[in-house]
Ligand binder design. Sequence first.
Ligand SMILES: *Cc1c(COP(=O)(O)O)cnc(C)c1O
Length: 380
Amino acid sequence: MTWKIPLSDIAMGREEDDAVRDVLRSRWLSMGPVTEEFEAAFARYLGVKHAFAVSNGTAALHIAHAVLGIGMGDEVITPSLTFVATANSILYCGAKPVFADIGGRDDLNVSWEEIAAKVTGRTRAITVVHYGGYACDMRPIMEIARDHDLRVVEDTAHAVGAAYGGQKCGTIGDIGCFSFFANKNLSTGEGGMIVTDDDRLAEKIRTMRSHGMTTLTWDRHRGHGYSYDVTDLGYNYRTSEVASALGIVQLRHLEQNNERRRRIVGRYRGALAGIEQIECPFPGKTNGDSSYHIFPVVLSADLPRAGFQAALKERGVQTSIHYPPVHLFTYYKRLLGDTQGSLPKTEFVGEHEVTLPLYPGMTDDDVEYVCTAVEEAASG
Ligand SMILES: *Cc1c(COP(=O)(O)O)cnc(C)c1O
């Protein structure tokens, strides 16, 4: 199926082509100097001490929970309205994800009140997700963490470039985890980054992403030692020089692309404001603090989603759903019990949310086309 307006599209050009060709000609493809350059540029951009490139965002989340010492018997509070990788990464460590509800139909982020209500003697961490690129309310969340001595992981997969109170998302909690998957704001096909200001955690992250080894192939190539020790149970979560070369160029264009996304969202909001059965969450969040990763709308209960999405499909407009709630998946029900009804706001959004196309290359005419299609789809 070829869409008239796809859900998302990568913004890439000649600079990326050139950067990849330079890596191929260098004949050094595994993690090395280009990755070091990408990490330094990313850390500088965020204003954080340490940044480690990894193979994908899920690997970043796994390492984050592992280096925080989260394990068997521990609980981690996290939203259910997220991509399954957030909760999976907690399970990888043997801990239990405890799901907290969102703020409501107009605030799809996990709510600090709901987090506070889920804290028990076993809680070790809070893993937030900045849904759609809109920052969670981090001030009260960090207060809860301080009061109960909990660690905070930020799943920043949607929120590269976003900020909260002037501080970049991913640098507020103990560790920030980014994804550079093909549909993210900064894309390298597959890729991710872990950031932290904590020197002790940084050392653990550095070794864990490469088998717990004390040196890299690149270090030995440069003559920095012949051997290595293994100090931890690590993984192969390394990235490649090709991905890092793409990342360097993509990072240079990020602000400009996020600004274009902001303008598109402004147009969407204006055009859809008059449609009664459609609510645009995060009203008022228009000042550029968001990275505007996706454009979610919530349909009223009397507008069936399947028919709405089918009508858009007929008009060549691709849509998606963010997200089917994690606690309702078969595997999670089998593991944690059937808790349907326990997160009413998440479940409502899980049934009534539709994600409309959003990418920097969308023209104003494209946005107008989608809005007209939405209006027709909503009026049946
Ligand atoms: C994309 C995404 C991830 C996982 O990232 P990958 O790079 O695909 O492993 C995790 N959490 C959220 C919220 C995401 O959107």
